[in-house]
Design a protein. Structure first.
Lengths: 300, 227
């Protein structure tokens, strides 16, 4: 665990040493883990490679998820790139496709990189890998982005539990979008302050997001949320790069999020007892699903 | 497990870090605590684990971990058929809700090869992070972050000194040490977390060294969890 208990401490450290956030995080990681810088960078490279591998198999696959509730949307988004009605930029389309792809692979019980969790694992790879593919950002930059994302997530995790069950989806997809926004600013050469503003802006927009997965599966709404959160992170990063600031400092944003998580009723924290999970359509599916899975408990 | 890779990572089989990967890791931890082949296991599932264990692959994760599969092992998907192949006897018991326990709690009720009963209470707290709060009647706090030694011994003066001497002789640093007494003069319990990484075979040699200390009833050497 790094010594940074708050973003304020992190920023002071960066300013005193003229470090970027990823450099500060890397130094801390060396000190705390006892591993060499090279070994750590190697590990990060491997994670980026896995993120790309997950995305590549995800955008190529038509396979449904284990429950049949999702699958194939990533491929659909990639095909839409060629459509005359596609008015968003290819970078944005890829971010959507890659976020969807990662979560679809997750629902197929295939390999993903938890970031910070499996349910929130789409945002960061979506931004990182789309920037590589569309902006030709170097792998070194991507690695610095992922370290930045990790550092942001780590500090947030010291102030709240990162799970839908503990604090709702704001703690998963919400935090992931903050991590991704910070990563993008870093990769495009923004300052440490801009990195943190981007993260704060992005998290504010997903604050209060509840966790209401249909049938308790990490699919609806998780897959589409991950398809959108990368784009939202990119938008927040762009605001920060343009000079937009978060009026509330990021530490206070996180504390507010933690408080909201505590105030959130149990029904909206992953129990599938509220929100989208209790709509008529969701209930009908849930009944079918449990009948099916009880009949063949090893099928699902 | 270090900070950065705790947040970015692990590489894992989906769909849920707390319900799938967390379940795998808890079961590995329970298995490491048992240290003997497990004859049968009952998984008592609480709260969110009880409600959503099928959809989130908690069931498969627990079985996989019990068989020693890692969080990124593709066999997790087919854990049921692997359990059959490897003759793992198990029962899954969803127990709706308990305010007692954190959202994702599983109680492992194991019967070991030699007939010993072992109960381990585990919690998954998000992002694949886990901790064990109870082993049989003892309250512990075991996160699998460090190689850990658990010592059960006769409550008497000088035990901490003797134990730390053994560790110091091997020039290993102690990350933390806690003692709990169950009954004055009768039974106490010490948990010693060591700095990782340890050279392989070290935990075993510690176990032997501790067994030499008079009035140590039993020793468990528990490996740290893989990333
Ligand atoms: S809705 Fe719940 S299960 Fe789905 S991604 Fe969000 S926190 Fe995870």
């Amino acid at each position: 665990m790094s010594d940074f208990q708050s973003f304020d401490q992190l920023l002071t450290y960066c300013q005193e040493r003229q470090n970027s956030i990823w450099q500060a995080a890397l130094t801390q990681e060396v000190e705390d883990s006892g591993r060499t810088e090279e070994a750590i960078l190697n590990g990060i490279h491997q994670l980026v490679a896995q993120m790309r591998a997950t995305i590549e198999s995800g955008i190529a696959s038509d396979d449904p998820s284990m429950s049949g509730l999702s699958g194939g949307d990533a491929k659909r988004m990639m095909a839409f790139l060629q459509d005359s009605n596609c008015v968003l930029s290819p970078l944005n389309i890829r971010m959507m496709a890659y976020g969807l792809a990662t979560l679809e692979e997750n629902s197929r019980m295939r390999k993903i990189v938890a970031c910070p969790t499996a349910g929130g694992s789409g945002s960061v790879p979506a931004v990182l890998i789309a920037l590589e593919d569309e902006q030709k950002v170097s792998r070194e930059k991507t690695v610095s982005g992922l370290i930045t994302a990790g550092c942001i997530g780590e500090i947030v995790s010291k102030r709240m539990h990162l799970s839908g069950a503990a604090a709702g989806c704001q703690a998963e997809v919400g935090v992931a979008s903050g991590m991704a926004a910070g990563a993008m600013v870093e990769m495009l050469g923004g300052s440490p302050q801009q990195v943190l503003h981007a993260a704060a802006i992005s998290m504010q927009n997903l604050m209060g997001l509840v966790c209401d997965p249909v049938a308790g599966l990490v699919e609806v709404p998780c897959v589409v949320r991950n398809g959108l959160s990368g784009v939202q992170a990119a938008a927040a990063a762009t605001m920060a790069l343009a000079g937009v600031k978060s009026f509330i400092p990021i530490d206070e944003v996180v504390d507010a999020m933690a408080e909201i998580g505590k105030l959130m009723p149990r029904q909206l924290k992953e129990s599938a007892d509220g929100g989208l999970a209790q709509t008529p359509t969701a209930r009908a599916f849930t009944n079918r699903f449990f009948q099916m899975s009880n009949k063949a408990s090893n099928l699902y | 497990m270090s900070g950065l890779f705790d947040i970015v990572g692990p590489v894992m089989v989906g769909p849920s870090s707390s319900h799938t990967a967390g379940a795998v890791r808890l079961a590995i931890l329970a298995r490491n605590i048992a240290q003997k082949p497990i004859q049968s296991v009952r998984f008592d599932l609480y709260n969110s684990f009880a409600k959503t264990y099928k959809g989130h692959g908690t069931d498969r994760g627990l079985l996989a971990g019990m068989m020693g599969f890692s969080v990124q092992d593709d066999r997790i998907r087919d854990a049921y058929s692997w359990a059959e192949k490897l003759h793992l006897e198990y029962e899954m018991l969803p127990i709706e809700s308990s305010n007692h326990f954190s959202p994702n709690t599983v109680v492992f009720k194991m019967i070991l090869e030699d007939g010993e009963n072992l109960t381990v209470v585990g919690h998954s707290i998000g992002g694949g992070k886990v901790y064990v709060s109870k082993i049989n009647d003892y309250n512990v706090s075991l996160k699998g972050e460090f190689p850990t030694l658990l010592l059960f011994y006769k409550d008497q003066p000088g035990m901490i000194w003797q134990a730390s001497k053994v560790i110091a002789e091997k020039s290993i640093n102690i990350a933390s040490l806690t003692c709990t007494r169950r009954k004055r003069g009768i039974e106490a319990f010490m948990s010693i977390a060591l700095d990782a990484p340890l050279p392989s075979g070290f935990l075993e040699s510690f176990r032997e060294a501790f067994r030499q200390i008079p009035d140590v009833y039993s020793v468990r050497a528990i490996d740290q969890l893989p990333l």
